[in-house]
Design a protein around this ligand. Structure first.
Ligand SMILES: NC(=O)c1ccc[n+]([C@@H]2O[C@H](COP(=O)([O-])OP(=O)(O)OC[C@H]3O[C@@H](n4cnc5c(N)ncnc54)[C@H](O)[C@@H]3O)[C@@H](O)[C@H]2O)c1
Length: 432
């Protein structure tokens, strides 16, 4: 099939590459000329395990193309995916200006029947708005489908190639057939393609992310209780996770969820509920708990240094909002850095993939280290904000040599606390 993907960010680039991998010819469109030039010349623009190899192969074989020209990009395509940003507006609701802006443009340039697919995370009713925006100027038939994306950054290629499920919201048999054919190679093992109406598909995505965010905030509150009651959240996690009804995943406490999805999607669902006079109380609490959790380590750090961080220097391991990505949107590490700098402290940071993104954002307000051990030099303590695998079994002798004090604040509970105690470290973590 011939496919166009509008918006070549995390979702657009992964989707486009994976569709090309199954034999489709894909043109990815973006307004960012620099991004399109880099991609056209074989330079990958995001870090995502397994993506670069697949991207280069499909680029070389001519199945993957890039352009900034929307009209050229959709030429001959049967399906046009919208993988555009839906950031929070001022009131927290999803801002649809990118999605509706492109829909309006499509109305002017459609020349033959196409299936237009919302892959962005959008509030209930957006498929209708997209339909109306295109219909205003379109002279040909088209269908609008809601096909929310569930990939997780860090394992996005795997998730896309073997999705747990594919959700397709459509009331058109013609569009359903096209979408079913497109996704058939991705669900050969029998995972379901679930057809539903557009509104249910739109809500499914928000419900999924909000439920997962709820699980995280719930465990973070249990961790808070553990700290106050002297229980160990690791034990509680294992105790409840072995119950099938609860499940083992998403029960790890930490310093809050971040990223480009959970924070904004929880906010947007609260707002959508308000718009239909429903007070989504659980989600409001989930958000409040997460806000507090992002700086959970700060009072521990302050208390350890007698509430005077002025002139103190900290090593920070991990900047990305989670491991295996370079994405720093809403990363808890950024909140920690902000709080430390405001208290007069300085920071040396290391992250395997996210350093360039942080450099563009924070410039020289912090120091950047070439490796985790360099960051430790003359630091008063080590802070861990992201659970990258390479931090899990570090050389504790080196840590001891480089740090001024044997103190580790671990926001991701990476180490065995008894082991750290026996090594003489002062180890402060979450809920243990
Ligand atoms: N990142 C994720 O893990 C993830 C997962 C599932 C769903 N989503 C959803 O997918 C959507 C896209 O997310 P993302 O993380 O890929 O965003 P992103 O910011 O990484 O990428 C969006 C891209 O769209 C481009 N763009 C903006 N306006 C454009 C226009 N008029 N024409 C062409 N391109 C344009 C931007 O330049 C950017 O490259 C969002 O709604 C998000 O909530 C994201």
């Amino acid at each position: 099939m011939k496919i166009a993907v509008i918006g070549t960010g995390y979702v657009g680039l992964v989707s486009g590459t994976c569709f090309a991998e199954t034999g489709n010819t894909v043109t990815c469109v973006d307004i960012d000329q620099v991004k399109i030039d880099r991609l056209t010349h074989g330079e990958i623009t995001i870090y995502e395990p397994g993506l670069e190899k697949m991207f280069l192969k499909n680029l070389r074989d001519g199945r993957l193309k890039f352009t900034t020209d929307l009209k050229k990009g959709i030429e001959g395509a049967q399906i046009v995916f919208l993988a555009l940003p839906t950031p929070p507006g001022e009131d927290g609701s999803a801002d649809l200006k990118y999605v509706l802006g492109v829909a309006d443009q499509l109305g002017h340039i459609l020349e033959d029947y196409k299936v237009i697919v919302d892959k962005s995370t959008v509030p209930v009713g957006t498929a209708d708005k997209v339909k109306d925006a295109i219909a205003k100027h379109a002279k040909v038939e088209f269908d609008v489908v809601s096909n929310p994306e569930f990939l997780r950054e860090g394992v996005a290629v795997e998730d896309f190639m073997k999705p747990d499920r594919v959700v397709i919201g459509s009331s058109s048999d013609r569009a359903k057939k096209v979408m079913g054919d497109l996704y058939a190679p991705f669900v050969r093992q029998g995972n379901p393609v679930i057809f539903m109406d557009e509104k249910s598909a739109e809500l499914t995505k928000y419900a999924a992310n909000s439920f997962l965010a709820t699980k995280i905030s719930f465990m973070n509150e249990i961790a808070q209780l553990c700290e106050r009651l002297g229980a160990d959240v690791d034990m509680v996690r294992r105790g409840i996770g072995s119950d099938d009804r609860i499940g083992k995943r998403f029960l790890f406490p930490g310093i809050g969820y971040g990223g480009s999805c959970f924070p904004k999607d929880v906010q947007a669902l609260i707002k959508s509920a308000e718009e239909v006079n429903y007070d989504f109380q659980i989600l409001k609490s989930v958000e409040k708990v997460n806000e507090k959790q992002k700086t959970h380590l700060i009072p521990k750090i302050q208390s350890h240094f007698n509430y005077d961080l002025n002139g103190k220097h900290f090593a920070l391991w991990g900047l990305a909002f989670k491991p295996n990505t370079d994405d720093i949107r809403e990363a808890p590490a950024l909140y920690i850095i902000d709080s430390l700098l405001k208290s007069g402290a300085t920071v040396s940071a290391y992250d395997p993939e996210a350093m360039n993104n942080v450099k563009s954002l924070l410039k020289d307000t912090i120091q950047y280290s070439m490796n985790p051990y360099e960051a430790l030099k003359d630091a008063d303590a080590l802070i861990i904000a992201t659970e990258w695998s390479e931090f899990r079994t570090p050389d504790f002798d080196q840590i001891e040599c480089q740090l001024k004090n044997k103190v580790i604040f671990d926001g991701r509970n990476l180490f065995d606390k008894n082991n750290l105690k026996s090594l003489g470290f002062n180890y402060l973590c979450v809920g243990r």
